[in-house]
Design a protein around this ligand. Structure first.
Ligand code: FAD
Length: 396
């Protein structure tokens, strides 16, 4: 047995990449995760629930909702700090990072970037504090990867708008106070007619039934949104954007959080597997002492390290205002793909224990199936990168 072991972060000297403020934020979120979330998360996952209302207030107090946005009660941190917060949350569970991503990067970002002053004043301070929960309705039952095909319609009636349609797989929808809903103002105009609407969820005609029986992201509440003659004032429309650029730029924000977050899930799996291998005896000595185990952990540590370096590079680019959507695709594609491979490999090291909720590994592996699919599937990111490299659009 070696005299000492090094953590993955120490081996890669991750600490040298971040400044004091970033370190303090990461450690505060990690501490909150360890004390408030980790003791309960496998039970929430098993029960398929999340105490969203209580957690929203606590996460609001922690300051993570919309933390990289400026003004309106948001902390205004760097993108890297936000990424590190996502990493520490997802090290606990992807569902918890999703809760924060949807609130801050999708719903709040849409209102901050494209909303009127009144919309910002009305919603952002309450959402930052966690007093109001937001959701983001883009995906429809028949249109996920291709949101341009959406059928949700917004029709004018005098000054008002009337919304009809259905959204599917919407994180937080059943518990949300406000939904940012994307709809077409003119079906004939196609994607050019897409506009965003800020919809209080108590508006008559709005309902959000919960989607049950998920085997992934169980510690996250997911729902449909059904819109039946939902009447909204003219002021409900987001004035600052037209077309798919609106929702796609919000998705780009949330994907950025996943670039970091996925590394948190991977790190947690790997550390769990290393700890387990140190105590589990097979053929009369600890599993950690076998070459096959060491090959596995070394290769996985390399991917965690490379993924973190990529996330940090993209974070610095984002803070410099220089990041392009296809660069975020590089990070999302790589880091989620590697994280899910790591979760599965770690599961092998835990043997049968790896399939129980006593350890976080199978929970992370199952969660990462959703992360692989939402915010653009892996295939969509391959197509975006392929288009950037070849100039050919292969989406159709
Ligand atoms: C737990 C969870 C939470 C979610 N939360 C939200 C949310 O808050 N808000 C929201 O709006 N959405 C949300 N989503 C929806 C998510 O963004 C979509 O599921 C995703 O965009 C994929 O759409 P789809 O499921 O309809 O798959 P499809 O688009 O039907 O894709 C099916 C398969 O076809 C592939 N494919 C599609 N087009 C092509 C092509 N041109 N070439 C090759 N392959 C292709 C895809 O990559 C995929 O493998 C959530 C999903 C999940 C699972």
């Amino acid at each position: 047995m070696s005299a000492s072991t090094r953590s993955i972060a120490d081996l890669f000297a991750f600490d040298a990449l971040i400044d004091d403020e970033e370190r303090a934020i990461a450690s505060t979120v990690a501490d909150f995760g360890a004390k408030r979330l980790r003791p309960h998360v496998s039970q929430w996952f098993e029960d398929g629930t999340l105490p969203a209302r209580d957690l929203a207030r606590e996460l609001g107090e922690l300051g993570v909702f919309g933390m990289h946005l400026q003004g309106y009660g948001c902390a205004g941190t760097s993108a890297v700090s936000y990424g590190l917060a996502c990493l520490e949350l997802e090290a606990v569970d992807s569902g918890l990072r999703s809760f924060v991503s949807v609130q801050g990067s999708l719903a709040m970002f849409a209102i901050r970037a494209f909303g009127s002053d009144e919309q910002r004043e009305e919603w952002l301070p309450r959402m930052a504090k966690g007093e109001a929960i937001g959701c983001f309705g883009l995906t429809e039952p028949d249109f996920g990867s291709n949101p341009a095909g959406m059928r949700t319609a917004a029709k004018r009636d005098g000054d008002d708008w009337i919304l009809n349609g259905a959204k599917m797989w919407i994180t937080n929808a059943p518990v949300a106070d406000v939904a940012v809903v994307w709809a077409k103002t003119d079906l004939a105009e196609g994607a050019r007619g897409v506009r965003g609407f800020v919809v209080p969820t108590d508006t008559p005609g709005f309902s959000a039934p919960e989607i049950k029986h998920k085997m992934s992201l169980r510690a996250s509440i997911t729902g449909e949104i059904v819109l039946e003659d939902v009447r909204l004032p003219a002021s409900a429309m987001l004035p600052g954007v037209e077309g798919l650029r609106g929702p796609l730029s919000c998705l780009n924000e949330a994907r950025f959080g996943i670039v970091f977050g996925a590394i948190g899930a991977a790190r947690d799996c790997l550390q769990t597997a290393i700890d387990y291998a140190g105590t589990r005896e097979v053929f009369d000595k600890p599993l950690a002492g076998y070459q096959i185990t060491q090959t596995k952990v070394a290769d996985m540590a390399l991917e965690v390290g490379k993924g973190f370096l990529l996330a940090m590079h993209l974070g610095r680019q984002k803070d410099a205002g220089k990041i392009a959507p296809e660069q975020v695709s590089l990070g999302k594609l790589n880091n989620v793909r590697e994280a899910i491979a790591i979760a599965r490999e770690c599961r092998t090291l835990l043997g049968a224990n790896g399939i129980t909720l006593e350890y976080p590994v199978i929970r992370h592996a199952n969660n990462l199936e959703s992360v692989l699919t939402y915010e653009g599937t892996s295939e969509m990111h391959q197509l975006m990168i392929g288009k950037a490299l070849t100039g050919w659009d292969a989406f159709r």
